[in-house]
Ligand binder design. Sequence first.
Ligand SMILES: NC(=O)CC[C@H](N)C(=O)O
Length: 450
Amino acid sequence: MSASEAVTDALRELHARFAGVDEGRQADYIPELTRSDPDDFGLALVSMDGHAYSAGAADTPFTLQSVSKPFVYALALAALGLDEVSRWVGAEPSGEAFNAISLEPGTGRPANAMVNAGAIVTTALVPDSREEPAFGRILSCLSRFAGRKLDVDEDVHGSEAATGDRNRALAYLIRSTGSLPVDPVQAVDTYFRQCAVRATAVDLAVMAATLAYGGVNPVTGERVVSPEVAAQVLAVMATCGMYDSSGDWLLRVGLPAKSGVSGGLLAAGPARFGLAAYSPLLDASGTSVRGRAALGALSERLGLHLMRNPALPGSTVTLVTTADVLPSAPTGRLARALHERVGVVAAQGALDFTAAERVLYALDESGSEDGGPVVLDLREVTGADSDALVLLHAGLSRLAREGRRAAVVDPGDRLGPPDLLRERTGQDLPRFGSREEAAEQCARVLAGPG
Ligand SMILES: NC(=O)CC[C@H](N)C(=O)O
């Protein structure tokens, strides 16, 4: 027993709540998929620290099917870049079923990489050579996302290959418009193989967590794709990942997600969690019924809806205090100057652009009305990203130009090394080790000699 078992308990609770739902049906157009157990139901959650939690049949293998699509899209984006990939496949929600003929009028370009038409094209874009065949690249990419070596369910692959005329027809249609750069039969076969790659709900949660963590697998620590590619994939999952129910899903659940007809479903809470479910009974749009219900409830419970107040106040706090909180306030003229005219702004946590804006606003608000000196205390700051630094430097440089004295308490060099700071702010900002020392020095300047 341990404290974090409480997370597992939360998953178990959701599992118990939805295990009895028996609506929906297994996909049978790929005959082999009907061999899955309709009662199987697994849930998994992986944090950005790589902690994994699960309930139910979370270690039962099933084939990825369409859950493979965003990850192969990531591979194509990493190899060719967004502009080149976008020449061949769009990024507009089709509003149609996964197997519809969703092609742009005129160009024949598939609407997006999440529907079959677009996924076949995406797969065809993966570089293919004798030394490194496309499918080898795909399998190794999927494995890196999952953090372990995945394999192919040959029976499911054979079953889809034997019955997949609709996808082959789609591929021929796309090639007839000039939007498929390779042989349709070969492209579709590689696509069927990627759909037949086997994984578990825990694997899916790790894969989702890797996208949520900016392309780094939080379990293995390996960078699988760049932060740009991870963001591009999540964006297309958010608008197109659930086919003709993408809008409703984004409205209610509020997360980028991808479903597959074998019953797998994953969702990514950016910078928070990867979530996954497995349950083979599907609704009309090909989404696991229990999976949809459980991930929806989980998103609500964890407050993951993307549009819901994403920048929570308190993750980084800045505050304006007056110098009278200082323990060792000196007396006389110095004390008065210190109490009345020196402002102190303290920031905590990790600073991004949003937090930096609050710091600058607090600097403006701090101190006396005639713009007395201000002390910026960064001792509790754990880091500042480059956008935050550029803004902070620019803000401090403006203060200096307006003739307002500022001093920083920055023993950890959160504002960058002194040289960089001088270059960016055009001045030598006085730096101190403690807030008291900084405030007292500022007060001395105000109080004048004597
Ligand atoms: N939605 C899905 O999971 C579809 C994948 C399946 N292999 C197909 O192409 O029909």
